[in-house]
Design a protein around this ligand. Structure first.
Ligand code: N7A
Ligand code: ZN
Length: 258
């Protein structure tokens, strides 16, 4: 199966997922020189129900929090989106050290990690149908920057890490509103792209926040303490689960700010 190692890593994915060599792949480099300020872009809003949070799990590829998306309970709207999109899950990408780990890169800056909040368009009958549509999915991406004054709200997620150390572990994660993780500024870049892992479908409206959230080096170390193997297998650290940036081709990256 696909992974992030030499033999099954990003350069090999196209063998089983040809769209990985498509024209609308993610992540990408976001460079000020090539970004277009779009004053018609609206602010985005998240209205999340804390009771929609269900579980937190380790799937061997990332740490994921799953939400009830059986109705419009926790939604993202506004920004570049034509309507409301339902929150389905959030997960992280991180490096093996603090100097890299994000998927998007901003003016050459790599962050220690990246948080993705994945939402789908309820105009489609279910998530798997939305994945096949260019306007099916919206991902809100937030950079994790290592600093001295970490965001206390990250603690709740990192406290659960010990319970999901190995692949396949899943525990209840009730009463959590992920909007407490948001930075002050809602400034964002937006462009059309894809899943950053197989199946690499080009179904995502990306909303990448300009302002990172601050985490501590210890908090990043906590994420790196996860294992990609199952409980009874040799220990393999779950680190460097990020895809390198992909060609932008003829895509416009719009900015909501000057
Ligand atoms: N990192 S990312 O772009 O936010 C991302 C989110 C979900 C997924 N995968 C996913 O939802 N898979 C289940 C449905 C796949 C349909 O074939 C992959 C990458
Ligand atoms: Zn992701």
């Amino acid at each position: 199966p696909w992974g992030y190692d030499g033999d099954n890593g990003p350069d090999q994915w196209h063998k089983n997922y040809p769209i990985a060599k498509g024209r609308h792949q993610s992540p990408i480099e976001i460079n000020n020189k090539e970004v277009h300020y779009d004053r018609s872009l609206l602010p985005w809003f998240a209205s999340y129900d804390p009771c929609a949070a269900k579980t937190i799990l380790n799937n061997g590829k990332t740490c994921r929090v799953v939400f009830d998306d059986s109705f419009d309970r926790s939604v993202l709207r506004g920004g570049p989106l034509p309507g409301v999109y339902r929150l389905r899950q959030l997960h992280f990408h991180w490096g093996s050290s603090d100097d890299h780990g994000s998927e998007h890169v901003v003016n050459g800056v790599r962050y220690a990690g990246e948080l993705h909040l994945l939402h789908w368009n309820p105009k489609y009958s279910n998530y798997l149908d939305a994945v096949r549509r260019t306007d099916g999915i919206a991902v809100l991406a937030i950079f994790l920057q290592v600093g001295k004054t970490p965001k206390p709200e990250m603690k709740r997620i990192l406290e659960e890490i010990n319970a999901i150390k190995t692949k396949g572990k899943e525990v209840p994660f009730p009463n959590f509103d992920p909007s407490i993780l948001f930075p002050k500024s809602h400034d964002y870049w937006t462009y059309h792209g894809s899943f950053t892992t197989p199946p690499c479908e080009e179904c995502i409206t990306w909303i990448v926040l300009r302002e990172p959230i601050i985490v501590s080096s210890d908090q990043m170390a906590k994420l790196r303490s996860l294992s990609k193997n199952a409980e009874n297998e040799p220990d393999l650290p779950l680190v460097d689960n990020w895809r390198p940036t992909q060609p932008r081709y003829f895509r416009m990256v719009s900015a909501s700010f000057l």
